[in-house]
Write a protein that binds this ligand. Sequence first.
Ligand SMILES: [Fe+2]
Length: 191
Amino acid sequence: MLGVGSEAVLSHPVASGPSAGQGAGLRPPALSVMLAEIDRAVRAGGPVQPERIAQVLAAHLADPALLDGVLCPCDKSRYTRHLLGEGKGYCVLAIAWAPGQMSPVHAHKTWCAFGVHRGWLVESYFTADASGQASPVGCRPRGPADVGHASAGPEAIHRLANVGVADALSVHVYGAAYDRLGADVNHVFAA
Ligand SMILES: [Fe+2]
């Protein structure tokens, strides 16, 4: 995700620390607690419940100390993913959005949950016809600690956009390894 039609920047701001569920490393305490709770929710047994992951995010995203000292800068040319942690079969990212940046219209090939930590985003929803052409059906604002989630599948089509005048920072959990994000996560639609 980035400007429409371009690829997101990937970075590893806390990659020197251990992976989620393995310890605190250099992470701020609040982030370590959230990552540990996400890891427990993912490994709870049975199919992963993305709604439960979203509930974990909602409990932490309003904490202003959540990402203390974790550098998640915007790139002025494209929205930017920053790896916060990862475990077996999933990863946790911060995504930094400068004003005007947005994701492509997409659905997810894996479960996902997300929420806003700082700033405001607009989430737009779409349907797609048989040719893959997407049409908007609604939207809603997403502010600090607002969360969303979706199971894998082509029917949950959305786009996130920073239409404001200030940078925004969101946190996303995907049921895929970080190095598989491009191939395993987004199904992009024409819009
Ligand atoms: Fe998405």
